[in-house]
Design a protein around this ligand. Structure first.
Ligand SMILES: Nc1ncnc2c1ncn2[C@@H]1O[C@H](COP(=O)(O)OP(=O)(O)OP(=O)(O)O)[C@@H](O)[C@H]1O
Length: 667
């Protein structure tokens, strides 16, 4: 069997390994969309003085947590939704009196069966748990401030990465956003390259991350990219939630070996882990074992068997994996417990009772034997702690690592790169071209004498360019939500810089497509052959697109569920379609107000207003000429001063975008 130190040496974690000094980083090469970063071979020899993310931590952090308790309202209270609950719903304890201390240089593993509260605990330690947490968490004796936040790295269980960016691009954009402004762009890019080589990602640095249906790098590589994103800032405290889940044992061992090396560099490392093999287990310095939210062991990893033996729980054989042994115990299964397949159905209840009594006995033993000394150790270190309880408050004097403009420009470039495939997708262009050509043919050279057809075409402009951008926009924030939460929780950028970069990034394609459409359909459809009228028609359609996009963004941000937002916007657009004034000319007064909240109505009014002049006539009967403005469908629109319609749209443009922004603030 491989010993832990042998395992460690097998992983390419030598500080600065694989970097080549003769390959200077050019400052502009990243900004060029076409460049390919010249990733180096894993075999390159590197001078030992090269910088590395595995260098010493600059500001070691002692992490302490005492009596952490977290509960949620149980869903099983009596009564029902409509008539209300007669009894208050009981609280369900997810964490129950969990304490511990982790010092710089130590690697703590949290073990426990599925649902025992590991993720909840590590999220609480990362200062990101929403809800009612009581107890104390302190970092070098201080609460979770923005300065601690910047020194903390948190790797969540699910890797939140952009699938279309390459490994190098992912880490470079993160470096540009997260590293402080005092570093030059070149230095930040160098740092990203160091992470790539230190984490053994050199061979795949130009491969896309992938995900969903896109084939990309492997699960282990994705996990290392996630760890690398946190390593860029050289965190003093690194927290990870199941970094090895779903990986083969060799890759898992490599990741844990990396964590151990990071800890040895003076960092405090805490990780949850599901079912470590014995070679993985031996790499941990300390373990904390949870059973249904309560601790049953906390201390040196090497003393687990001895401790449980001392309280009467011996492993079945002397070659048992300590992790399997403690996980069985956390489930209430001892070596005396009968095998499942030997137990008859009738025996199930007895078995559950037996397991519960084992768990209770382990929890009591922990309180009696381990907790007093742990409590003493915790209170001995930094006795002057400023405690921080459930109502943790993060300092509002947040200083961002980079300037607003830097954040904006990096987020804009990253967004354009990530979404270039969908923004400039041939499918979308094809669809718009086909619809415009088909409409152009259907309305082929329509004349003013066929006024109803022409007005119909203008109405189609307003509705199609309301629906299309609205439906595209509703997916924006629900899709971006995990990334936004991850990056905002790390305090990387302001919401305003993200929001503006995201909406500006979508503009080119949002505006190019309607421009193509109007240009084709306007001239084929036989609308007024005047350049100024064409340009005004185009401006109005683009204006409408911006408002519709704002409505879509607001709906997506408020509901944060693409399915719900799509259903809601279908109903909304149907209402706008019917209330717009084209299909129904005599809408009853009590519901006629609907058109005033419809942006399509204002757009339609403006389109008709610029297409026809007051002195224009059409042939309304044999040899009879009527004023266009007296045509029933146009008369009902009550075209007057068009400035009011422009203002109404401007108000909507602003209102919906502000609404979207405010909804995102509450994420
Ligand atoms: N917000 C919540 N609402 C409802 N239940 C919750 C919530 N948060 C946690 N839980 C429940 O708390 C328990 C502990 O969850 P947690 O994710 O911390 O467990 P875990 O040990 O990390 O599990 P796993 O190993 O399967 O990831 C689970 O039963 C989970 O369903």
């Amino acid at each position: 069997m491989m010993r832990p130190n042998e395992q460690e040496s097998s992983f390419p974690i030598t500080p600065g390994a694989n970097r080549n000094e003769s390959s200077p980083v050019q400052e502009n090469r990243f900004s060029s969309p076409s460049h390919v970063i010249p990733c180096l071979d894993d075999d390159h020899e590197v001078p030992s003085h090269q910088s590395s993310v595995l260098r010493q931590s600059l500001r070691p952090i002692i992490l302490k947590f005492e009596e952490l308790t977290y509960s949620i309202k149980s869903q099983t209270g009596k009564g029902n939704y409509w008539f209300g609950s007669q009894e208050p719903k009981p609280n369900r304890f997810i964490l129950n009196g969990v304490s511990g201390i982790v010092k710089p240089g130590e690697l703590l593993a949290m073990l426990g069966p599925s649902g025992s509260g590991k993720t909840t605990l590590v999220t609480a330690l990362a200062g990101r748990l929403q809800g009612k947490l009581t107890g104390t968490v302190s970092y070098n004796g201080t609460p979770f401030t923005s300065s601690v936040k910047r020194k903390t790295g948190f790797v969540t269980q699910d890797d939140v990465l952009y699938p279309h960016l390459t490994v190098m691009e992912t880490l470079t954009y993160t470096a540009l956003l997260r590293l402080p402004k005092k570093l030059t762009r070149k230095e930040k890019i160098e740092q990203a390259e160091t992470v790539v080589s230190d984490l053994g990602l050199t061979r795949c640095c130009n491969s896309v991350i992938g995900g969903g249906l896109i084939r990309g790098i492997s699960g282990g590589e994705r996990k290392r990219v996630s760890i690398g994103q946190e390593m860029l800032v050289n965190p003093s405290l690194l927290l990870l939630d199941e970094p090895t889940s779903g990986l083969d044992s060799t890759t898992a061992a490599r990741i844990v070996a990396t964590l151990r090396s990071l800890a040895r560099g003076g960092r405090t490392v805490v990780t949850t882990i599901h079912q470590p093999s014995s070679r993985l287990y031996r790499m941990f310095d300390k373990v904390l074992v949870l059973s249904e939210g309560s601790p049953i062991y906390s201390g040196d990893s090497g003393r687990v068997i001895e401790y449980f033996g001392s309280i009467g729980f011996q492993p079945g054989s002397s070659f048992v994996n300590p992790a399997d042994f403690v996980l069985d115990l956390a489930n209430g299964i001892t070596s005396d417990t009968k095998q499942y397949d030997q137990v008859e159905i009738n025996g199930r209840l007895d078995r559950l009772e037996e397991q519960n009594s084992v768990k209770q006995s382990l929890i009591s033993s922990y309180k009696k034997n381990l907790y007093p000394s742990l409590k003493e150790e915790v209170s001995r270190t930094f006795p002057q702690d400023q405690t921080v309880t459930g109502s943790r408050k993060t300092s509002l004097t947040n200083r961002w690592p980079t300037s607003w403009w830097m954040q904006f420009s990096v987020l804009l470039k990253r967004g354009l790169k990530e979404r270039s495939h969908e923004s400039f997708s041939g499918l979308r262009i094809c669809m718009v071209m086909s619809v415009s050509l088909l409409s152009g043919l259907l309305w082929w050279h329509s004349r003013v004498s066929h006024i109803q057809d022409q007005v119909g075409l203008l109405f189609f402009f307003s509705i199609f360019w309301g629906f299309f951008p609205l439906f595209n926009a509703i997916f924006t924030f629900p899709q971006e939500r995990p990334m936004l939460i991850k990056e905002r929780s790390s305090g990387i950028y302001r919401l305003s810089s993200y929001y503006i970069a995201r909406t500006v990034g979508d503009l080119p394609m949002e505006l190019i497509l309607p421009t193509i459409f109007v240009t084709i359909t306007y001239w084929m459809g036989g609308l007024k052959p005047s350049l100024s009228t064409f340009l005004m028609t185009l401006m109005i359609v683009l204006y409408n697109v911006l408002v519709a996009q704002g409505v879509g963004l607001a709906l997506g941000a408020i509901l944060m569920d693409a399915k719900k937002a799509a259903t809601f916007s279908s109903v909304l657009m149907l209402v706008f379609l019917l209330a717009g004034g084209y299909y129904i000319e005599h809408i009853p007064g009590f519901i006629a107000w609907l058109k005033y909240i419809s942006f399509s109505h204002y757009c339609y009014k403006l389109l008709v207003g610029v297409q026809y002049t007051w002195d224009e006539v059409y042939e309304c009967g044999l040899g009879l000429h009527c004023s266009v403005m007296d045509y029933e469908g146009i008369k009902n629109l009550k075209i007057g001063n068009m400035m009011w319609d422009v203002l109404a749209l401007a108000l909507m443009l602003l209102l919906y975008r502000v609404l979207a922004y405010l909804a995102l603030r509450n994420l």
